[in-house]
Design a protein around this ligand. Structure first.
Ligand SMILES: [Zn+2]
Length: 135
């Protein structure tokens, strides 16, 4: 068992830990070459009746991840793959979409963020990042 630095917060953590005890970053995942993490920006101002926005990631027509705004998705990707990201609520209001290439050989981390100043922040951008921003 080795002690490594958490790639997210820099604290020391066991390389065998599933998540960093300090910030929750998926440690084992970070060491695995075909797994990428995608941070789904918390989108504020688009909450309808208290519902957190749901997020789907699809490859082609297949859903590969489902979660919520503000979460970090983990995907196993073995070759450059185009993904689509869709934000939505039960009421189907204010959904945002974006798409982009995921290549685990080039980048391990990606983020989905709203365009600056977009109305209701529904126009999303997908891009590789070195570190995840906080909301
Ligand atoms: Zn950490």
């Amino acid at each position: 068992m080795a002690i490594i630095q958490c790639p997210e917060c820099g604290k020391e953590v066991s390389s065998m830990a599933k998540n960093c005890p300090n910030c929750g970053f998926p440690i084992k995942v970070a060491a695995t070459s075909n797994i990428v993490t995608i941070r789904m920006a918390m989108i504020k101002g688009t909450v309808v009746f208290g519902a957190k926005q749901k997020v789907d990631i699809t490859v082609g027509s297949k859903i590969v991840w489902q979660g919520h705004s503000g979460e970090i998705a983990e995907l196993t990707i073995d070759k450059p793959t185009e993904i689509q990201v869709k934000y939505y609520t039960n009421a189907a209001y204010f959904g945002g979409r974006c798409s982009g290439m995921v290549d685990p050989k080039k980048y391990k981390k990606y983020s989905v963020t709203p365009h600056q100043g977009a109305l209701f922040k529904t126009n999303l951008t997908f891009q590789p990042v070195d570190v995840f921003d906080s909301d």
